[in-house]
Design a protein around this ligand. Structure first.
Ligand SMILES: Nc1ncnc2c1ncn2[C@@H]1O[C@H](COP(=O)(O)OP(=O)(O)OP(=O)(O)O)[C@@H](O)[C@H]1O
Length: 227
């Protein structure tokens, strides 16, 4: 029997004032699947990812994470779900400005009550794997966009999530740095059996996915199975 999807979006529609950003999008993501969401700037990719993460409540349609309707969960439950089974890599890293690189990576474990020494040891290992050892003591304000993305990816991987939602996770890195970080995300997702949904402008990133959906003006206009 096929495994249950980790993410289902049913007929999602969302507008900001008069701008219709997403118009009736439905999709489903299987465990372990890598899905690329592509399309030109402003076509609704980030909005869709934020809906999937429960950060935006869509005006209509339903999002299900791990079989649970996000509309039916409380803010606390959504936050808990995000911490335990889902990781986000948002555009520009979105690190906690008051914490250094090491504590930003350790934070999801600290919030779950892990031993701080152990959490920081694990965080240090993830920073190293993400090529960001030298950022352990740095504050986010001192980091370049690409450095913040490395730290954000380390923070996303430390919990061993079942689903990673990533918005242009390598967009601020040069092509070789971006490729390395993407390789790491794909390898770790594969090892853990995690699904990865990656929003990208970059065709070389999309080419690494199992499936690609292409959005135009908030609508899925094409879908391709790549692997
Ligand atoms: N907070 C907001 N307030 C008003 N309009 C918004 C807001 N966020 C997005 N939009 C608009 O909604 C549409 C979709 O935006 P969205 O950021 O989802 O697209 P995108 O494909 O991710 O773009 P990009 O690739 O440039 O990040 C755009 O027309 C954008 O201007």
């Amino acid at each position: 029997m096929a495994e249950n999807p980790v993410l289902v979006l049913e007929n999602i529609q969302h507008a900001y004032h008069r701008t219709l950003a997403v118009q009736g999008v439905s999709l489903s993501v299987r465990p372990g699947e890598v899905l690329a969401v592509t399309g030109p700037s402003g076509c609704g990719k980030s909005t869709l990812l934020h809906v999937a993460a429960g950060l935006i409540r869509p005006q209509s349609g339903t999002a299900y994470l791990f079989g649970q309707s996000l509309a039916a969960t409380s803010d606390d439950d959504r936050a808990r779900l995000r911490r335990s089974r889902l990781s986000l890599v948002l555009q520009f890293g979105q690190l906690v400005p008051e914490l250094n690189g090491l504590d930003n990576v350790a934070l999801p474990l600290l919030l779950e009550g892990h031993d701080p020494k152990e959490a920081r040891k694990l965080a240090s290992g993830w920073l190293e794997r993400c090529g960001a050892t030298e950022l352990a003591e740095a504050e986010p304000a001192e980091m370049s966009g690409g450095q913040a993305q490395r730290v954000a990816v380390a923070r996303a991987l430390i919990t061993g999530p079942q689903l990673i939602l990533a918005d242009e996770p390598t967009g601020s890195l040069d092509s070789s740095g971006g490729r390395q970080l993407l390789d790491l995300m794909l390898t770790e997702a594969h090892k853990a059996g995690a699904a990865l949904v990656v929003v990208t402008h970059d065709n070389t990133v999309a080419a690494r996915a199992d499936r690609e959906i292409h959005l135009l003006d908030g609508v899925i206009v094409s879908e391709a199975v790549l692997a």
